[in-house]
Design a protein around this ligand. Structure first.
Ligand SMILES: Cc1cc2nc3c(=O)[nH]c(=O)nc-3n(C[C@H](O)[C@H](O)[C@H](O)COP(=O)(O)OP(=O)(O)OC[C@H]3O[C@@H](n4cnc5c(N)ncnc54)[C@H](O)[C@@H]3O)c2cc1C
Length: 405
């Protein structure tokens, strides 16, 4: 069994396969583990979601993050600081209520905060006069994505997995409709099962075996300011869906990002194996995130920026993971299209993948199958536009198509 890619997804998949008793698992990684999209992630793990499916998946992940060090000895630097979601309008209040209703079904503890409680929980928010409701999710938090990958991989190694950095897969061998091996510059490896966890390159890897999948890289970025009084790492994660902005404290600085209304995506057919995907910061977009946060924290826009994190997470046109075996090619399995929650969802996604390889996967796991896009009846440009719209509506309002799953 070969896992291609050692980002959050590949590392999680390798760990869960080994934990479930799969032997001979090897991970082949082009560069160093966690050197691509995962290294840029903010590490938010939000369990309060509008749909039961999404909420359960992230709850399973958060439970694992909280117990991983105890179980394996390796830390993911998980911080259970809680999260606050603000509503500024009646329709956004409805969304908060929908999330609270979902939480009641899934058993996630959430509560609405009074203005005084909000100020206690989030003292750096100086102006909360426009806030109509605040939903508090105390078991949410964030982790350090590089620690997450290292922890998964260390634990996987303890279970017998081998990890080979600087081993880009350049070819996949197929004999009589079945995968039989992979090629890297170091040689040929015999394998009957390949998991494509190559992040934004996952579509290009699938193309090696003639499979076309709509995995669309969409630009996402955030910035970290210079020192900002009060913004300790213990502050909860903050989300203001209407303004498409999020923030948290990062060692005495502000980490602030968001989901712009007009996103930027790549033509997926132009993504080559091994191409470097490092976007330039878009200062206009970052400035808008800052202006949105400034409504609650006057003066934040005057702070200098110490660093910008950015990348091209893979999106699918229906906003769902692409996970499981490809029906038309025995031994080729997908684990991609994380729709910008591949860190928080890594454990849930990997569990779904393991289940997809078993005898009787649940209807939910079956619904993630890559076969929903095979054979290609869809149009590349239409798929790009639709996947980009998933990004632009990342914080959906009740009843919008993106909440339908
Ligand atoms: C700015 C930013 C902030 C984000 N914040 C969050 C967040 O707060 N919470 C969250 O859950 N998600 C967040 N995300 C999304 C998250 O980063 C991704 O969903 C996640 O990292 C995807 O992991 P991955 O393993 O699929 O991809 P990657 O991390 O890109 O890993 C894919 C790996 O495959 C390797 N590879 C590619 N081709 C080959 C090949 N031919 N052979 C071998 N190896 C290959 C690459 O080198 C790479 O290491 C954020 C993303 C960005 C850009």
């Amino acid at each position: 069994m070969t896992v291609i890619g050692a980002g959050a997804v590949g590392a999680a998949v390798a760990y869960f396969l080994a934990r479930e008793g799969w032997t001979d698992v090897q991970v082949l990684e082009s560069g160093d583990p966690s050197s691509a999209t995962t290294s840029q992630a903010a590490g938010f793990v939000g369990q309060a979601r509008p749909t039961v499916e999404r909420a359960r998946l992230t709850m399973a992940s958060a439970e694992l993050f909280a117990s991983f060090e105890r179980q394996t000895g390796y830390t993911m630097d998980w911080r259970q600081v809680g999260a606050v979601r603000l509503a500024l309008s009646p329709s956004a209040e409805l969304e908060l209520q929908q999330i609270a209703d979902t939480a009641a079904i899934t058993g996630l503890p959430v509560s609405f905060l009074t203005p005084r409680e909000l100020q206690e929980v989030y003292p750096v928010l100086e102006d909360i006069s426009t806030v109509r409701s605040a939903l508090w999710s105390p078991t949410d938090g964030y982790l350090q994505p590089n620690s997450l990958v290292n922890a998964y991989l260390q634990a996987a190694r303890d279970l017998g997995v081998t990890v080979s950095p600087h081993s880009p897969v350049t070819g996949i061998e197929v004999t009589d409709g079945s995968v039989t091996g992979v090629t890297t510059p170091h040689g040929h490896h015999r394998t009957e099962l390949v998991v494509d966890a190559a992040g934004p390159w996952a579509g290009a890897v699938a193309q090696l075996v003639g499979i076309e999948l709509p995995i669309i890289p969409v630009l996402h970025e955030y910035f970290v300011t210079e020192t900002a009084p009060g913004w300790s790492s213990d502050l909860p994660c903050l989300r203001v869906p209407e303004l498409q902005v999020y923030a948290r404290g990062e060692v005495g600085r502000v980490l602030c990002g968001g989901f712009e209304h007009e996103g930027t995506s790549l033509d997926p057919t132009s993504v080559q194996l091994g191409s470097r995907l490092v976007p330039q910061p878009n200062w206009e977009v970052l400035g808008q995130f800052s202006a949105n946060l400034e409504r609650f924290v006057p003066g934040i826009g005057d702070l200098g920026v110490s660093s910008v994190f950015r990348g091209w997470p893979g999106f699918s046109p229906d906003g769902r993971f692409i996970v499981g075996p490809v029906g038309e090619l025995r031994g080729f399995v997908m684990a991609a299209a994380c729709n910008a929650h591949g860190v928080s969802g890594s454990a849930g996604l990997a569990m779904a993948l393991v289940e997809s390889l078993g005898k009787d996967p649940s209807p939910y796991v079956q619904s993630l199958s890559p076969d929903r896009f095979i054979p290609r009846t869809w149009d590349w440009e239409e798929a790009r536009r639709t996947a980009q719209a998933v990004y632009e509506n990342y914080y959906p309002m009740p009843g919008s198509p993106a909440t339908a799953h």
